[in-house]
Design a protein around this ligand. Structure first.
Ligand SMILES: [Zn+2]
Length: 378
């Protein structure tokens, strides 16, 4: 662990997917202090996590004006929250919109906060808002989330929204989106995106594509994970696939944990978790932790198996790391930002060199971010 901490401290580490609540940076959620969440500034410092993409996420709804307006409101609240947090803690953290800014903040010993948008749904029926989000600092946008949208097909189509099983591919508006993202220097995120849509986007994009938080089907077959053909397409584009530490994408969950989680969900969130009080969420977390300690939990080794597989398939320069913390992510051994150095320790144990680990922890991502920025038209 000594060696791991020393190596870890020398690196710039980037986690490409951290969820936030719309109350981020308010009295309801203050990231400048230790919180019940998996990521806050003290936990980032304790674990040597230098930079994180905070995510403007909105769930998929109907493709109509009401749905778009609700999604726009949700991402606006999250954007304002990130701004507030950065303004409130200028000595601890800063907003970064380029690889150079990430490096500069790291040199000053500050956390770098980046922004990604999960689901392009709030853009509505055109791509006219893309320049605004680029100007505000959003550096990746995923085409879809759970369910098809106006731009293309999802890896997890939603029958309730009328999606068929087959991915329709990029729609004409989806093609406009790829061009608009390229023109504005925003990385195209293909996590959550259906295979056909994803391959279309990788082919059409002038810049390398990113999978901000996905696993590989070669280790665990799950709709959300990338198969070999998708991994190859990411490599061919010059992009990077960020392996995600999300239990149910990493490996099959112990049936006892699965059943227990279902029970806890029904007990604490009968009306859905979105409206739940923080105390309820905390009580739920406590019980779910106890449940996972009692049975065999998905662990860090199983997570790093995904990194190994992806590296063997497409090479060290096309693979990275993401937690999906506060959005369901975490495995035993890397279950909040304060445990981040454990990932480096496991990589060292598997004989990755320091240069390899540096590439995995952010070198590759920053390269792809720079290449995307270079595509921006003046
Ligand atoms: Zn996600």
């Amino acid at each position: 662990m000594e060696q791991a901490l020393a190596v870890h401290a020398r690196m710039l580490t980037v986690d490409t997917h951290v969820d936030i609540s719309p109350d981020y940076g308010s009295v309801k959620f203050d990231p400048g202090i230790f919180t019940a969440s998996q990521v806050d500034f003290p936990k980032m410092r304790a674990g040597g996590l230098d930079a994180a993409f905070l995510v403007l996420y909105s769930g998929q709804g109907k493709l109509d004006e009401t749905g778009y307006a609700e999604a726009r409101d949700m991402v606006e609240r999250k954007f304002q929250g990130i701004r507030r947090a950065a303004l409130a803690y200028p000595a601890q953290a800063g907003l970064a919109t380029s690889a150079a800014e990430v490096r500069a903040l790291h040199d000053q010993g500050k956390r770098a906060l980046l922004m990604g948008m999960e689901n392009a749904y709030p853009l509505g029926p055109s791509v006219k808002d893309v320049p605004m989000w680029a100007k505000r600092g959003v550096r990746y946008i995923s085409i879809t989330h759970m369910g098809n949208n106006q731009f293309g097909g999802s890896s997890n189509p939603n029958e309730k929204l009328g999606d068929g099983k087959a991915d329709p591919g990029l729609t004409p508006l989806g093609k406009e989106l790829v061009k608009a993202l390229n023109d504005n220097g925003i990385m195209i995120d293909v996590s959550h995106v259906g295979k056909r849509t994803m391959l279309d986007a990788a082919k059409l994009s002038r810049a390398p594509v990113l999978a901000s938080h996905s696993g590989v089907k070669g280790v665990y077959d799950n709709l959300r994970n990338l198969d070999d053909e998708q991994l190859d397409a990411i490599r061919k584009s010059g992009g990077v696939a960020q392996m995600v530490a999300f239990r149910s994408y990493v490996a099959a969950t112990d049936p006892a944990i699965e059943a227990g989680m279902k029970e806890l969900g029904a007990k604490y969130f009968p009306d859905g978790w979105k409206e739940a009080k923080p105390e309820t969420v905390e009580a739920f977390r406590k019980e779910s932790r106890a449940l996972r300690n009692k049975h065999r939990d998905t662990d860090l080794k199983q997570f790093v198996d995904h990194i190994d597989y992806a590296v063997k398939r497409i090479g060290i320069e096309h693979v990275g790391i993401a937690s999906d913390f506060d959005g369901g992510g975490g495995v035993k051994g890397w279950d909040d930002a304060s445990e981040t150095a454990n990932v480096t320790r496991e990589l060292l144990r598997r004989c990755y060199s320091e240069d390899d680990i540096r590439a995995l922890w952010g070198g590759n991502l920053l390269r792809v971010m720079e290449m995307a920025a270079r595509q921006a038209t003046p």
